[in-house]
Structures are given as C-alpha cells and as structure tokens.
Design a protein around this ligand. Structure first.
Ligand SMILES: Nc1ncnc2c1ncn2[C@@H]1O[C@H](COP(=O)(O)OP(=O)(O)OP(=O)(O)O)[C@@H](O)[C@H]1O
Length: 695
C-alpha cells in the first residue's frame, strides 16, 4: 500500500468514526422520542377525566411534534447508516483565486449525502448536488469554477480523486487527471445487474451533468441513443431539483409519465437511494382514463402494437400513420377554430310568445369566446332561461318547467353536436377522410388522444394537474404530436422529455425530437450519443441493424454476439431449454428472452415448460420488475436492461418489416454483457453477412 492510500484509509477511518458517533446520537434521540411519546400518551389516558380542553390540545400537539421529529430523525439515521457504508466517492482539492497562500487548496470530499459534525462546522462530506461538487463532474485538473449562491467562484483544481468504498472498506482509489471515467466508469459498467436501476452519482459524465443541473430551461427535449443514460439522468435531475429548490418543491410536485408499470417499478429505486422520496408516476393510458372516465372504453398502446404485429388490418396502419403526423394536429386545430363559425347557426328563439332575436343570440354566443364551445351552449341556455323568466315575471305571467325544456331544445338545434365524440367524428367528414375513423367497440388507441384534445378544447378542463411543477416524459418517441398537444394543454409546468427516435416499437406513430420541438418551439434540444449500457461488441452489432444511427460505444469489451441457426423449431427450443437449465440455480441471474410479440412470448413460455421451469413470464398486466430469467415481448422490455439477452426466432419470415427491424434493435440494445440470437432455417435479413465475424 502506498503512502497516499494509507493516508486516505486513515482519513476514511476518522470520517466513519464521526459518522458512527452521529449515528449513535440520532439513534438515542429516536429511542428517547419514542419513550416521550409513549409517556405523554399514557399521561393523557390516565388523566383524561381531569384534563381540560387546552391541556388535552397541548398534549396532542406535543405528541404530533414528537412524532414528526422522530420521523425526521429516522430518515437521518437511515442516511447516516448508508454514509457509514460508503461515505464518499470523490474528492477535489480546489484553490480559490482569492486564497493565494492556500497552496494545497481546500479538500472537498463528495458523497451521496452531506455530513458535518454540527451545524456550524464545515462539511466533512459535500452532497453531490452542492454547488462546489459540480466541479467534480465538470472539470479536470486546472482552471475551474462553480456557481455559489454569492456568485461565481473561480480557482484551480489541484487534485482529483475517485474512490470506491463498500461496506466501509476502500476497495480502490484512483488519482484522476482525466474526466471521470475511463477506469472507474469501466469498472462500474462491467458490474452485473441483478436488481433495479442504480444511481450513477460517482460516474456522471459531463454531458449528463449539464442536463441534470440545468435549472433554467423550462422545456428540455433529450434525444439519446439506447443506453445513453436518459432514464438515469431523469431520476438524478429530479434529485437535483429537489435539493436545489428544497424550500419550493417536494417530490409530490413532480410527475413522470412512463411507458408501463414494470418500467416505473424498475426506476423506482433510484430516488430513495439518493435520499429522496419517489415521485408520482402514471402512464399515458392512465391519463386518458382519468380524462375520459369509464364512459369510453379504449384500446391500449400495447394492444395497438400487438394488433399491428398480427397484421390483420392493413388499413389500421394507415389510420395510425395519418394521426401521428403534425399535419393531423394542424388540421384538428383548424377544425376546432372554425367550429363556431361553421356550425353554430343562431335563429330567433320563441317561448310562450316571447321572442329573442337571432342577432342577440349570436352576439351573446360570440361574447363569451373564452368559454369552451359546449360549455358556452349550456351558458347560453341558462342565460336565455333567466332572461325569458324575468320577462315573464315582469308581466306577471307564470313560468312553466316545459318552457325551459323548449329553450334548451331550440338552442341545441342551433349547434349539431351534443358531445366531444360527435364533434370528433364529424371532423373526419369535414376533412373528407371518413375512412380514417373506424367505429369499434373499443375506441382505437390512435383516436384516444385526438378525442381528448377535442374534449379539452370544447369542454375545457379544470386544472386537474395544476399542482404539477415539473413533468418528465420518458420514451418520447412513442407519443404522437396530438399527445404532446394534450400535454401542452394539461401541464403548464417545466418539462423534461426524453427518448430515442430509433427505439420506436410502433414506427407508424413515432415522434422525433424535431416533431416535438415543433410543438414546443421554446424547448431546448439536447443530443446524447454515447452509449453506456452495452459492451463494445453489442453496440457494434446493434448498430448494423440500423446503420444510420450515430452512436459512440464505451470501450468496454465482452463476448462476441452469438448467432446460432437451427434446422427445426424443436432444435431451437431444445437449445433454449438447455440454456435455461444451465442458468437455473445460479445466483443473481439477469437473463431476458425477448420475443417479437407478447403472443410469441406466451407461446414460447409454454413450449419451454411454462410454470415448471425457472423462467418467469412478464406480460402487459404485470406491475413489477422481475429478477432472474424472464421471457417477455420486446415492447415490455423497453427501458429495461439485463446482463444477458437472448432473442429467439430471428427467422427471415419473423423479422422482415421496418417495424421488426426497430424491434430487433430495441431487443439487442437491452443487453449489457451478452447477446445471443437464435433462428430456424433462414436468418432475418436485418442480420446480414456483415455480421459474419460475430457468428
Ligand atoms: N454516467 C454513467 N455512469 C455509470 N453508468 C451509467 C452512466 N450513464 C448511464 N449508465 C448506465 O447505462 C445504463 C443505461 O442507462 P439508462 O437506462 O438510463 O439509459 P437510457 O438512455 O434510458 O436507455 P434506453 O433508452 O436504451 O432504455 C444503465 O445501466 C446506467 O446505469
């Protein structure tokens, strides 16, 4: 062990001792608080009859406050426990320009949580989100600066170190003059995964840090290649904002729209790991359900994808495609703008001999333009009932309930639609493309958001999501311009939208960063091209499926991708069975067998032995990320990652459309360390001769 390492070990021991002291102190506080609470409760119980109202109230307040204090202390204890295990991961020695004589600079140790011995002492560990910590991610040795609350602080980084401390032991340390990375990053990336998404604080890269720490941008649109860390960045960005604006926002003010519950569960560990509460999550379908209520039954996105894969309805693709264009949103906007002028036709209204002239009706209607049109019709009815009632009363006549019904009927006849669905259906006649709307038992998924868009326009919507201060949307490519139109209306808050146009599981409705920025012209677009998830071999292999993608792999090498052909399906199944048997019982396996559709996944699951095997089937109704050996559809695996991925049935006749190409790409990019492809008879043309050196 060299001298520097020895010094660091001594320092680590000292810091851990102090953490231990702090831990014991908080632990005692929790015990004492629990005992105080129980004493006060006992006192109230025993003296309930004698205590007056004020005394009872005072005691109750004391209990509530003690419980709150106890809860906070418990969280602090949890943090200290984690810090004891791994107090910090980095250090910078920074010499501020004003401190010329401080030639060694000030040492800043950086960890997940900050720690000081007391509230007046300088921190022994700085939170990774503290202003000074930003230099750890942003600069190499030499000139550096950070934005402190008092303004920019300039100086020089004279030392930078990285550590891996596990269970209180220094596993390794590196003197780094380079960007964080390289060696430590390689080590981190080569770890196996047996669990959910982990934090990446120790190795956040510069381009990622810029996004995480950006507090000024209102709308951020991130296009990042597979494995570039988009979802990780999103979680770290939330943690950063919660720290930076701790007085203003809480985790309940932030929301994430994720592709499915399994994905939401997969990412749910990161924020608690970083000492923050999880944020509310929902899927687009849930949002649709909340708005449409239970009156309209609709198809889900997953069902739409499965339907396309079954390929039974070629017109379906046309309908989906058309409704995913910006032009469709523009046509819809145009239609909604002319609804009033083209479809509302004022007429004279007659009720029990009283007349309200057409002109008055039209000017009343035009006078409340800010009210959504269907609500305006209701308002007009109510206003005219009131007017005619007053006229009748003035002349001492008698108002009858049937007058109200007659007024309502006459006004309703002036506008041909009673609800949003009728208005939406009529849109297709108006644009003379009736074939684009297919009436079915379940509203087609491609009509769900256009209908909601119409609803928001013609019925309005109370600010249901007004409390959301920051919305994150993952897998942005899966949502159409109309869906973004809906988001724009419902969420008037900061947005972080991220995804990858090349990972669209339904290319007929995919949206690129360019399309999204058309809807949000003030949005800031950022591109991430480096892929961290997969080995160099897997990235290079995947890249050949979509050669137009520009992606930079991390130089982390692993096994070659294997492509194995079989003469019969039976042989392929036997091969997979053997593989599962070999892996069964091994600890910490993370293997996914990814099929083109859920239908194929279900079939294969049964062929491999179903419930009698070690394999677990993951389907659309699942809510939790499952560890071990799983079998599922590529759609379900979006956003997830596994040590090893096996893609069966990559036959010529199974993967041949552009949609299949995308799916194959998504499947390959789920693999971190190993990728195996199997096929029967002829291999899909997407895996061509150029792959030969990988076979
Ligand atoms: N700076 C980093 N340090 C260490 N690991 C990283 C870093 N950035 C990303 N990773 C790792 O790369 C993998 C991919 O990250 P993530 O899932 O966030 O990427 P993504 O862009 O959302 O992927 P995809 O779009 O393919 O689902 C994860 O294992 C993550 O921990």
């Amino acid at each position: 062990m060299n001298k520097i390492e020895q010094q660091e070990k001594i320092y680590l021991k000292e810091v851990r001792k102090k953490l231990e002291c702090a831990y014991k102190k908080v632990h005692m506080q929790i015990i004492n608080t629990a005992s105080d609470v129980s004493n006060v409760k006992k006192y109230i119980w025993e003296n309930i009859a004698e205590l007056d109202f004020a005394e009872k109230a005072a005691n109750r307040i004391a209990v509530t406050e003690a419980i709150e204090f106890g809860e906070k202390a418990k969280k602090e204890r949890e943090r200290l426990l984690k810090s004891k295990k791994s107090p910090y991961f980095g250090r910078i020695d920074f010499k501020c320009r004003q401190e010329e004589d401080n030639k060694d600079g000030t040492k800043y140790y950086i960890g997940i949580h900050s720690f000081s011995e007391n509230q007046y002492a300088e921190p022994l560990i700085y939170d990774w989100r503290a202003p000074v910590s930003s230099m750890f991610y942003d600069f190499e040795l030499g000139q550096a600066f950070y934005e402190a609350p008092i303004g920019r602080i300039d100086g020089e980084i004279i030392r930078k170190r990285q550590y891996r401390i596990k269970d209180g032991k220094l596993e390794y340390m590196l003197e780094s003059s380079l960007n964080i990375g390289d060696e430590v990053l390689q080590k981190e990336l080569s770890q196996s995964t047996d669990e959910k998404m982990k934090n990446i604080v120790a190795t956040i890269q510069r381009e990622q840090n810029i996004i995480i720490r950006d507090e000024d941008t209102n709308i951020m649109i991130i296009q990042g290649v597979a494995g570039s860390g988009k979802s990780s960045i999103a979680m770290h960005r939330v943690a950063f904002l919660l720290y930076r604006f701790k007085e203003e926002i809480t985790s309940d003010d932030i929301m994430i729209i994720s592709p499915n519950k399994v994905f939401a569960d997969y990412i749910s560990g990161v924020l608690p790991e970083l000492g923050e509460e999880n944020i509310p999550e929902m899927e687009f379908e849930e949002l649709a359900g909340e708005i449409l209520g239970d009156k309209i039954v609709f198809q889900t996105f997953a069902e739409q994808v499965e339907e396309i894969l079954q390929g039974n309805d070629p017109d379906n693709v046309k309908r989906i495609k058309e409704k995913s264009e910006i032009a469709f949103l523009e046509k819809l906007d145009k239609y909604l703008n002319i609804l009033e002028t083209e479809f509302f036709q004022g007429k004279d209204l007659e009720c029990s001999g009283y007349i309200v002239k057409k002109d008055e009706i039209e000017s009343r209607f035009a006078g409340s333009k800010s009210v959504p049109i269907l609500k305006r019709i209701d308002k007009l009815i109510n206003d005219l009932i009131y007017k005619i009632k007053s006229m009748i009363r003035e002349e001492e006549g008698i108002w009858k309930a049937s007058f109200g019904t007659s007024i309502r009927r006459q006004i309703e006849e002036m506008f041909p639609f009673k609800n949003s669905l009728q208005i939406y259906q009529n849109f297709f006649q108006y644009i003379e493309l009736e074939h684009l709307y297919k009436k079915k038992k379940k509203l087609e998924y491609c009509d769900v958001f256009p209908l909601i868009y119409v609803m928001l326009h013609v019925e309005g919507m109370e600010m249901k999501y007004g409390y959301v201060r920051h919305l994150l949307i993952d897998e942005m490519q899966d949502y159409t311009p109309v869906q973004y139109g809906v988001i724009k209306r419902l969420f008037q808050c900061k947005l972080t939208i991220m995804g990858d146009r090349y990972q669209n599981v339904n290319p007929h409705s995919s949206t690129s960063m360019e399309k999204i920025s058309y809807i949000f012209p003030d949005g800031k677009c950022v591109e991430l091209k480096r892929s961290y998830r997969s080995t160099y071999e897997i990235v290079e292999f995947s890249r050949k499926i979509q050669p137009w993608i520009s992606v930079l792999p991390v130089e982390r090498h692993g096994e070659k991708v294997s492509v194995t052909g079989f003469q019969t399906r039976k042989e392929e199944i036997e091969f997979l069975k053997k593989k599962v048997k070999e892996e069964k019982g091994r600890e910490k396996v993370s293997i996914a067998i990814l099929c083109k559709s859920q239908h194929q996944a279900n079939d294969l699951y049964h062929l491999l032995g179903g419930v009698n095997t070690a394999i677990k089937l993951l389907g659309f109704s699942d809510k939790e990320f499952i560890e071990g050996i799983i079998i599922t559809s590529i759609h379900m695996a979006k956003g997830l990652e596994f040590d090893e991925v096996i893609i069966p049935q990559v036959n010529k006749e199974n993967y041949y459309t552009e949609m299949d190409r995308n799916l194959l790409y998504v499947a390959c990019t789920r693999a971190m360390h190993k990728l195996k492809i199997t096929y029967e008879n002829d291999l899909s043309e997407f895996i061509s001769d150029s792959f030969i050196d990988f076979i």
